[in-house]
Design a protein around this ligand. Structure first.
Ligand code: UGA
Length: 439
């Protein structure tokens, strides 16, 4: 099949490459000429494992092309996946839908024949009818252009796997059984054939699915982090507790790693957006527990700052703190709402001299936090440190030998906020290690 992917950020670029991998002819459209030029050479503008390989393979084979021309994209196919960004509006929990409406407003006047617009971007429930109205009013083909809702559940760092072998496919339609459903079933035929559960539903349920899923994931993380607070007061061990709870298949251990709390461009934004929309709909009471999940999450970052002050004294001026990690989680160079950088920034603001290291995210971190110091080598970053904070769970950090590191630090003190260091080994090597939620 031929298809266009509108918006070539994390979601769109990955989707375009994966659709080409499934055998389709794909044209990616984005208004950013630099991004399009880079993608056309087979390179992603961000770090995602295996994505460069797929882009290189399919741009070379000619199955994957990129353009900034809406006219070209509209003429290329009659199936349009839309994966533009829907960021948080500054100062509120609500979504900024200007890119989404802008993309559809630009595309619609070119749609002169029956077409399907399948939206993957995350939105507040109730957006689909508004988009449909816009298309009806501005597309020459009018009602023959159908809107489908096709939320995306990929995680950064496993984006390709999640797209090609998702846990489920969700398709939302105003009316089931129309041409849009046939077209999308055809587009996803290999994924469906491999046994992926598929749920065909209405627009509102499909729209809600993504926000509800991310809210649940966020609440699950905050649940175990709230348990970490109780563990700290009671001398229990939150890692052991998570293992015990996780063996109950109704609970499950995955996505319940205690630590510094959730960050990134999705969970915090979608939790806030879900709460804001529910409140606007008059269902504010229903999301009270989600507001609590936000509070628990904010406390995790503060707890790490407090631990640093417990170790070094309240006056941090002149203290040298090394931060292992800048990315919001391992496996990405994404620093959006990164807990590690939030803590690093807060400690710097308190007067500490903070040196940050990360295997992938240093370039992005430097731009956002020019006030911090940076080091490429995690071992060298420890030189002369009064305190080491382990804030992003890159395996490369956990693999380092704590023995030689102890000699490089001024005082061998560490806080393992991610809970993935072998604290027994570190202590045996002479380190004092604090780990929130663990005795
Ligand atoms: C999240 C969802 O997991 C995806 O399903 C969704 O499609 C995506 O958002 C999106 O909306 O596009 P992602 O932001 O890539 O994916 O990251 P996660 O792996 O969910 O991690 C989010 C944050 O929670 C990270 O800061 C991570 O370190 C933290 N986390 C995750 C924990 O603290 N504990 C865990 O057990 C899992």
């Amino acid at each position: 099949m031929k298809m266009t992917v509108v918006g070539c950020g994390y979601l769109g670029a990955t989707h375009a490459a994966c659709m080409a991998e499934l055998g389709h002819e794909v044209l990616g459209l984005d208004s950013d000429p630099d991004r399009i030029a880079l993608l056309a050479t087979g390179k992603a503008p961000f770090y995602e494992r295996d994505l460069d390989g797929l882009l290189a393979e399919h741009t070379a084979s000619g199955r994957l092309k990129f353009t900034t021309s809406v006219e070209e994209a509209a003429a290329f196919a009659d199936l349009y996946f839309v994966g533009v960004g829907t960021p948080q509006q500054p100062g509120s929990g609500s979504y900024d839908l200007s890119q989404l409406f802008g993309a559809v407003r630009t595309l619609a006047p070119h749609l002169t024949a029956p077409a399907v617009i399948a939206v993957k971007s995350t939105v507040p429930v109730g957006t689909a009818p508004q988009l449909a109205e816009l298309v009806r009013a501005t597309a020459p083909a009018g009602d023959l252009v159908e809107i489908a809702w096709n939320p995306e559940f990929l995680r950064e760092s496993s984006a390709i796997e999640d797209t090609l072998r998702p846990d489920r496919l969700v398709l939302g339609f105003d009316t089931p059984g129309t041409r849009a459903e046939t077209v999308l079933r055809q587009a996803y035929a290999p994924v469906i054939a491999s046994g992926t559960p598929m749920i065909v539903t209405d627009w509102a349920t499909a729209e809600l699915a993504k926000g509800a899923a991310n809210s649940f994931l966020a609440a699950k993380i905050s649940f175990i982090n709230a348990m970490a607070e109780v563990c700290e007061k009671s001398g229990a061990n939150v890692s052991g507790l998570a293992d015990i709870l996780g063996h109950d298949v109704r609970i499950g251990r995955r996505g319940m790693q205690p630590g510094i709390g959730f960050g990134g461009g999705c969970l915090p934004k979608d939790l806030g957006g879900f709460i804001a929309r529910a409140e606007a709909l008059g269902a504010g009471e229903a999301v009270g527990m989600l507001r609590e999940a936000e509070s628990v999450n904010a406390r995790r970052r503060r707890r790490v700052v407090d631990l640093a002050r417990e170790e070094l004294g309240t006056d941090l001026r002149g203290k040298r703190i090394t931060v292992w990690g800048a990315a919001f989680k391992a496996g990405t160079d994404d620093i959006r709402d990164s807990p590690a950088l939030a803590v690093a920034g807060a400690l710097h603001a308190l007067g500490a001299r903070v040196t940050v290291t990360d295997p992938q995210a240093l370039d992005n971190a430097r731009k956002l936090h020019p006030e911090l110091d940076y080091a490429e080598d995690p071992a060298a970053a420890v030189d002369g440190a009064d305190l080491l904070l382990h804030l992003t769970e890159w395996p490369a950090f956990a693999h380092l030998d704590p023995g030689p590191l102890a000699a490089r630090a001024r005082t061998p003190k560490a806080v393992d906020a991610r809970g993935t260091l072998d604290t027994g080994r570190w202590r045996a090597a002479g380190w004092t290690v604090r780990a929130p939620g663990r005795p």
